[in-house]
Ligand binder design. Structure first.
Ligand SMILES: [Zn+2]
Ligand SMILES: [Zn+2]
Length: 150
């Protein structure tokens, strides 16, 4: 998980000017972890600045995305039209989303590289990254059943 200093440095290198409210959004992103929604950032950011507005959160996310620092994921539309955001720069991974509570977890699996290799060998396309999303029920939402089946 990248930190706010990492993002701050990356933005400084790109000569991006940061308003105080944008810094608040970056801080909220750093403490919220991966797979956060704009709503989560708004809630977290308002602990630091009660006047933080939704538009600033969206504009900051759009700016970070434009600079290639975060990815926007729709994650099977688990959250309706809401999207999830995560910092760029870590290895491709599988996203597993709970269809009931919307919790998202990630799995680092060799299947991602295997898929890229298969794409290359079957199509000749040189695949550079892949997104794999799995719809599931998390252990809490599945209740006792999931544990019994193990
Ligand atoms: Zn769940
Ligand atoms: Zn992820």
């Amino acid at each position: 998980m990248a930190s706010a200093p990492h993002l701050l440095n990356a933005l400084k290198e790109r000569n991006v000017r940061l308003t105080r409210q944008r810094r608040v959004v970056l801080d909220a992103l750093a403490v919220s972890g991966n797979h956060v929604r704009a709503e989560d950032l708004l809630r977290e950011g308002r602990k630091r600045d009660p006047n933080l507005d939704r538009a600033t959160v969206y504009r900051t996310l759009a700016m970070l995305k434009e600079h290639g620092l975060i990815d926007e994921l729709d994650l099977l539309h688990l959250d309706g039209r809401g999207h999830y955001y995560e910092m760029r720069g870590h290895q491709d991974h599988v996203h597993i989303g709970c269809t009931e509570c919307g919790r998202v977890t990630e799995l680092h699996s060799p299947i991602v590289q295997a898929l890229l290799d298969e794409v290359a060998s079957h199509t000749g396309f040189r695949a550079t990254s892949a997104r794999i999303e799995v719809q599931a029920r998390c252990p809490e939402c599945a209740g006792g059943n999931a544990r019994e089946q193990r």
